[in-house]
Design a protein around this ligand. Structure first.
Ligand code: SF4
Ligand code: SF4
Length: 439
């Protein structure tokens, strides 16, 4: 088995949140691999923790990824504000002449992979394309750790995540996949309030749920407990028709959403203010300006920072993307020379300002702890779609006995990933969406 096949067999997917099956990236050829440890979402600390504690495995994973893709150069990007992680990585990189550390400033969205590619290589990913188009593969640091584990026969059954907000002991935890948010919160001493909602992922790009029994997946980077009436929860929970109605009445066409948009600044033809203007004419016709919505990374900078009217071009762009998907319409973009806009170097938004806008500064004052050990629950709910692409196909039945690490979901399509049992036990429920195991 080559590296890509091993990684596929062990169910490795992008751990940064995207969940793209990693074997597909490792099956391609490129000249540069970038390890993304920028961790630019506010309050997240899991990648930083991993870079400090498992630097050797991250470097090994990066070396394996470079070998698989034929890349001659590797880079590890992290923020300069984490000297412990930097020191651990420097130690692990001794003698590795072809891998370099890149220290980033504390701005948002430093971890956007298109921006990383530009920052490190000077290349600009074409519109509607991926970094591979310019000879680069970008992998999150936990993904690289998982590649290293896969090489020694260990499947992905665990995840490192940050649990923060209204919990007694904000922490970075190691958690078996399929554990519930409730168990994660309990491991952090429980909540400090009764009426709460959870932001899954980071405060900028995460989604909201009130279902505390929902399971941790391979892409769960964070579990943030916030009061139900917190501004962030209220905004994230607004229904689309309301957002559109609000946009139609309140958008003053100030253009700030475009002027601060990282993808616009990179040189892409994404003009959120024009899209906001256009939606007054309905979402049915996809003219050129509307097609630009597919270039949106959904970083959230426009809604959190740029817009003085607190509107959300991000949500509008997402709605347009979903509409295109339903129509099976895929816009194409003409090949052209790209150059960054003149304001590109001056529009890096300091994290402190983002945190202020999100009204989460108070949580930042509470440092993250790092409890020993792994949270291993007695019951796990393993979703069969924890990744981009087609769901995995269940290969176990109710009553089957499974061992830790055995396959419970087989690759379900060209773009798909395996799912493994994260605990040993008996299968108590199976359908097309999930496998539940009790020990
Ligand atoms: S979310 Fe807003 S700022 Fe971010 S890429 Fe999309 S339009 Fe630009
Ligand atoms: S920043 Fe807000 S008000 Fe200004 S153009 Fe964009 S959506 Fe409209």
């Amino acid at each position: 088995m080559n590296i890509a096949e091993t990684v596929q067999a062990m169910g490795v997917v992008g751990a940064g949140g995207g969940g793209f099956p990693t074997h597909l990236k490792l099956s391609s050829r490129c000249d540069v691999v970038i390890a993304n440890g920028a961790e630019c979402e506010p309050l997240l600390g899991n990648d930083t923790f991993l870079m400090e504690k498992e630097a050797e495995d991250i470097v090994l994973g990066l070396s394996l990824a470079m070998e698989a893709t034929g890349a001659r150069k590797g880079f590890i990007a992290l923020k300069a504000k984490h000297p412990e992680s930097e020191a651990a990585l420097r130690e692990a990189l001794r003698g590795k002449e072809n891998i370099h550390l890149v220290l980033l400033g504390d701005y948002y969205p430093a971890g956007d992979e298109f921006l990383l590619v530009r920052e490190i290589t000077g290349r600009i990913v074409p519109e509607g394309s991926i970094p591979l188009a310019v000879g680069v593969v970008v992998l999150n640091v936990e993904t690289l750790r998982n590649i290293a584990r896969a090489a020694s026969g260990k499947p992905v059954i665990e995840r490192t995540l940050t649990c923060h907000g209204e919990v007694r002991q904000p922490s970075v935890l190691r958690v078996r996949i399929g554990a519930s948010f409730e168990e994660v919160i309990a491991r952090c001493g429980g909540t400090t309030i009764d009426a709460y909602a959870i932001v899954v992922g980071g405060p900028m790009m995460g989604w909201v749920t009130t279902d505390s029994k929902a399971p941790v997946t391979k892409t769960t980077t964070g579990v943030f407990v916030l009061p139900r009436n917190h501004e962030l929860i209220r905004k994230k929970a607004l229904p689309l028709p309301y957002i559109i109605k609000q946009s139609k009445t309140a958008c003053c066409q100030c253009t700030y959403c475009t002027e601060f948009c990282p993808r616009y600044l990179l040189g892409h033809n994404l003009f959120p203010h024009k899209i906001m203007r256009q939606i007054n004419f309905g979402l049915e016709v996809p003219p050129e300006v509307i097609e630009g919505a597919v270039l949106c990374s959904e970083c959230g900078l426009c809604e959190v920072f740029a817009c003085p009217m607190e509107l959300s071009p991000r949500v509008v762009n997402r709605a347009i993307k979903e509409r295109f998907l339903a129509m099976q319409y895929r816009p194409t973009f003409p090949k052209r020379e790209l150059d960054t806009r003149s304001d590109f170097p001056y529009r890096k938004i300091p994290m402190a300002r983002i945190e202020g806008r999100l009204r989460i500064e108070a949580y930042k004052k509470r440092p993250l702890t790092h409890p020993e050990g792994v949270l291993v629950p007695s019951r796990v709910e393993l979703l069969l779609k924890q990744h981009a692409g087609a769901p995995a196909r269940p290969v176990v039945r109710v009553g089957d006995r499974v061992e830790e690490g055995s396959v419970v979901g087989e690759v379900g399509g060209e773009v798909s990933a395996r799912v493994h049992a994260s605990i040993a036990g008996r299968v108590v429920f199976v359908d097309e969406e999930r496998v539940v195991i009790e020990s």
